[in-house]
Write a protein that binds this ligand. Sequence first.
Ligand code: NDP
Length: 324
Amino acid sequence: MKAIVLEQVEGKTHASVKQIELPGGESGDVLVDVDWSSLNYKDALAITGKGKIIRSFPMVPGIDFAGTVNRSDDARFSVGQQVVLTGWGVGENHWGGLAEQAQVKAGWLVPLPEGLTARKAMILGTAGLTEMLCVMALEEAGVTPESGEVVVTGASGGVGSTAVALLHALGYEVAAVTGRESTHDYLLQLGASRIVPRSDFAETRPLEKQIWAGAVDTVGGPVLAKLLAQTNYSGCVAACGLAGSFELPTTVMPFILRNVRLQGVDSVSAPLARRTLAWQRLAKILPESFYASACTEIPLEDAPQVAEAFLRNEIQGRTLVKVR
Ligand code: NDP
């Protein structure tokens, strides 16, 4: 099969396109012919070697894929069925989706939800699932469209773009925080009602004027700290990313004086029932226009070069990888 292969050369990660065999030791009940994959921030860190994502080489990256079952040893899946995979360490410690085939455990797969094609499922990919989980976290905290304005950070990235479109489609008034002026029109088109420059988030007092009923944060660091200080009484911040920093320079004040909830969101190990529900909701909520405007399609061969651009913050929206 054709695959992106990561190897260690003189202590550095080297990515290339190769013809390889799935190794005999690669365990899994279901063999999937991969049609589409995508590039996520974590893939960019893995492919460039700029993050310690991969510990065992050679490795095929790709934390998500959509494709067709080629062989199944599990009664839940049959040959020809379309499936989606995100997370579970695939593309990190188990060969991943940037390859023509993947062999994975049946319990990691979700049947392609009704209303989605495999291509659309990967325009959403890990970013879409994560974002739906963030929205569910806000809903569970009682944040509704009537609660007030919600804010999305890292808004022009993959998770951020999906967040803006999804929250807008659900009737929320959405503010988009971005560091790039070039993306303002794109964000307004996705459904943001206003843009807030990332530079406004540099400095924070322990408590500031209350602005946000809820927030989806993909960047961490001082931006997340300021969000917390600006969140309304009993509001909720769903934190899922660290594109800016893994640190959180904050105080306990928003929590103990304003009842603010900081809800972590993880998609990698989200239980199957919750991720299935999230996929079903995603398939129904997003408008057709999202899939065209928030996606750039690339061939498998371009993944290493686009991964570099990711970490230079030159990518807008989702990057869909055509594997076959
Ligand atoms: P992208 O690179 O597509 O988007 C990240 C965005 O963050 C950029 O577009 C940029 O938005 C903003 N950004 C970049 N650098 C900085 C910086 N130094 N300071 C502040 N903002 C910055 O990545 P993804 O959307 O794929 O992922 C976003 C984050 O979410 C990542 O940290 C990723 O690891 C995490 N993630 C977590 C998941 C989970 O399960 N918890 C699943 C998927 C992703 P702009 O230019 O608009 O400011």
